[in-house]
Design a protein around this ligand. Structure first.
Ligand SMILES: Cc1ncc(C[n+]2csc(CCOP(=O)(O)OP(=O)(O)O)c2C)c(N)n1
Ligand SMILES: [Mg+2]
Length: 287
């Protein structure tokens, strides 16, 4: 099978998946490196979403210079902005920021703050107040269509974030506008700030809810499997055009993936000492 990714070059699927995996490995290392210098880094949320971000960047953002006009690039909005270390890791892996910058994370003089700030090029929206990135993404998708741009908008949400009423206002607006250039991805890791999402506030029939709001729903069983992520995105892009409505991918993920002490828990942070040890002990295929 040959896969058309953003660049016109056609590569075999295996080659593409192996390239994505290499970038993702690098991005994960950068997240751990950030945690090794700054104890407040949201490692759990970042390692949950890093494979999804890497795959999207590879597929549809790889040619970005981050100096394009708003109508001339695909958009990636991290509505769950607290996971921005994963995004910085991706930028560093793809050479869009200097790798040494990751060690300045959250320093007052650093462009890498604890939530995305659009003074850093490649950050498409300043986010952190949950749900607002999604509303913003809906507006961007509408704006692109009004101006005749064929670019895509991807918005990444957390499952806990779905507790925000604003998410559902934006979801119904997107469906009523029949936005066929908007793909939402829910990082469905089953944890939020205070614990398991089902215990904090049951999400009920998540698929049914999105459907009722007019979206087409895809479920991705493993949001860390680069091949499956890529296939889901390709399917979402095809379906959104065919159905003339937005598509949401509910991606099952593992919070803290790759750090045994916090994996699949509500635990968000690792101590710099632990992160340093992890970095030292990390073999090529550890994470
Ligand atoms: C409007 C708003 N309320 C509260 C917070 C504080 N907060 C930051 S992360 C978080 C939990 C998010 O959980 P989830 O969306 O599941 O993301 P995950 O960390 O699991 O990736 C909360 C409540 C916030 N950032 N914005
Ligand atoms: Mg969550």
């Amino acid at each position: 099978m040959v896969v058309q990714v953003q660049e016109t070059v056609k590569k075999g699927k295996e080659e593409i998946v192996s390239e994505i995996s290499e970038y993702a490995k690098l991005a994960r290392r950068y997240v751990i490196e950030m945690a090794s210098v700054e104890k407040t880094v949201h490692a759990g949320s970042s390692l949950s979403v890093v494979d999804i971000l890497t795959t999207i960047w590879y597929m549809d953002m790889k040619n970005r210079t981050c100096r394009e006009g708003p109508l001339d690039h695909n958009w990636l909005i991290l509505s769950k902005g607290h996971a921005v270390p994963a995004f910085y890791g991706v930028l560093a892996a793809f050479g869009l920021i200097k790798p040494e910058l990751v060690r300045t994370i959250r320093d007052i003089s650093s462009p890498l703050q604890g939530h995305p700030d659009d003074t850093l090029s490649c950050v498409d929206a300043p986010t952190g107040s949950l749900a607002q990135g999604f509303s913003f993404g809906v507006g961007v998708a509408k704006g692109l269509k009004m101006k005749g741009s064929d670019k895509w908008v991807y918005v990444i949400l957390g499952d806990g974030e779905l507790d925000e009423g604003e998410v559902w206002e934006a979801a119904s607006t997107a469906a009523s506008l029949r936005l066929d250039n908007l793909i939402a991805i829910v990082d469905w890791n089953r944890f939020q700030l205070d614990g398991e999402t089902e215990k904090v506030k049951s999400k009920g029939d998540l698929q049914g809810k999105w459907r009722a709001f007019g979206w087409h729903v895809l479920v991705l069983d493993d949001g860390h499997d680069h091949e499956r992520i890529m296939e889901s995105i390709l399917e979402a892009k095809k379906l959104t055009k065919e159905l003339k409505r937005p598509v949401v991918i509910l991606a099952k993920t593992t919070r803290g993936k790759g750090i045994p002490t916090i994996e699949n828990t509500k635990q968000q942070r690792v101590s710099p000492e632990e992160a340093k040890k992890l970095l030292e002990s990390m073999k090529e295929d550890t994470l």
